[in-house]
Design a protein around this ligand. Structure first.
Ligand code: AMP
Length: 114
């Protein structure tokens, strides 16, 4: 169907992804172009284009995204720490218009980002 984002197509199982977690609100899968030894994306099943498009009505799902990121970090053994990132909009470097949390770990990460 035209207009679906690539992440919606992953939710609908129209294209493959390495899915590592799923619940009623969220899905987590490996980033296809990893920027760290562990690079997972946690996304809402609801089609929210970006953090800027979310509303107070989305507080439960926004909280779940971080809770899932924490669980996945534990499951993947990121005991030295990790980073969660939400790119938002053009200046934020967002390239897929479906809200997602990046979970990066497995190496020391530089700060600040570019
Ligand atoms: P952002 O630039 O914050 O919008 O992040 C989008 C991320 O989605 C990038 O890290 C891409 O590597 C990742 N990505 C794009 N297509 C896929 C896909 N089919 N499966 C997994 N990750 C993807």
């Amino acid at each position: 169907m035209a207009g679906k984002t690539i992440f919606k197509r992953i939710i609908d199982r129209e294209i493959p992804a390495t899915i590592i977690y799923e619940d009623d609100l969220c899905l987590a899968f490996k980033d296809v172009n990893p920027q760290a030894p562990t690079h997972v994306l946690v996304i809402p099943k609801k089609e929210i284009p970006s953090l800027a498009d979310s509303t107070e009505a989305d507080e439960a799902v926004l909280g779940r995204l971080l809770s899932v990121a924490r669980k996945v970090a534990v499951d993947l053994g990121l005991t030295n720490g990790y980073r969660t990132v939400i790119n938002c909009g053009r200046d934020g470097g967002q390239s897929v218009d479906h809200l997602h949390v990046h979970l990066l770990g497995g190496r020391a990460l530089a700060w600040p980002p570019g």
